[in-house]
Design a protein around this ligand. Sequence first.
Ligand SMILES: NC(=O)c1ccc[n+]([C@@H]2O[C@H](COP(=O)([O-])OP(=O)(O)OC[C@H]3O[C@@H](n4cnc5c(N)ncnc54)[C@H](O)[C@@H]3O)[C@@H](O)[C@H]2O)c1
Length: 264
Amino acid sequence: MRLKGKISLITGGASGIGEATAKTFAREGSTVMIADRDETNAARVVGEIRAAGGAADCVIVNVGKPADVERMVQTTVDRFGRIDVLLNNAVYTAMGRVADIALEEWQRTLDVSLTAYFYATKLVLPIMVRQRSGVILNTSSTAGFLADYKLVPYAVVKAGVLALTRNTAIEYARKGIRCNAVCPGSTATPGFLRTLTRPKGFKEIYENTIPMGRLAQPQEIANVMLFLASDEASFVTGAYYLADGGFTAHSGNPYVPGQGPDWE
Ligand SMILES: NC(=O)c1ccc[n+]([C@@H]2O[C@H](COP(=O)([O-])OP(=O)(O)OC[C@H]3O[C@@H](n4cnc5c(N)ncnc54)[C@H](O)[C@@H]3O)[C@@H](O)[C@H]2O)c1
């Protein structure tokens, strides 16, 4: 077991990548605290982890509210006495072209998907410094590097998450704390699959842009999280790990028909 006896706090742990990571960490011996605003799914994931013999609990929060982030951290410490791994992973994003994004929507995206990551990190760091150990993981995205249509708020928070990761890493590297980011490519989570339902056939078009020709499964991202959370990654800090099926390896340049990939 690679996380035996550890206490992990996972935001957005009630669905998708957060859920797969929570279950993976629990299988590897960690007690998992799921912090999510979705009470039904949080309870479901806790139930499934316990049914599989793991240890889990949940705290219902909107991480976009600083008071909820404070309660999330305090509840975890009150319940389990320490925090060994923090995974900042919950997300909200506004969508629209730059000139069309309402200021309130821009702010909400920053609150949930960047400020919450900073604030949870800020509150957990003194705990980890006292422990002289800890791992902070942040879910970024290939969107932290690349532009997409109508997704400027998402790109900005995901790039911000990378900067937060690097700065946290160097400031706390001598305190026994590591901080890394995972940058998934398109992953078959409930959240992402909802965006691919229209128009008909869009999922296939989308998958064809990925060299591996398919979306990631949440477990494939959770596997990277596990490595980074474990002692196997003891010299890894300030890094980002892409798991994108080769998506960012491709320039995106068009090719002469007939001289492209061998599956056409
Ligand atoms: N799925 C993808 O293709 C993909 C690709 C790159 C990065 N990511 C990133 O992975 C992370 C997880 O995404 P996912 O696809 O698993 O999403 P998802 O929608 O399946 O799950 C997100 C979870 O976050 C919770 N959540 C949302 N807002 C919250 C809030 N304000 N407070 C508390 N909980 C909140 C939701 O209730 C849900 O349980 C996100 O940071 C996302 O940006 C996903």
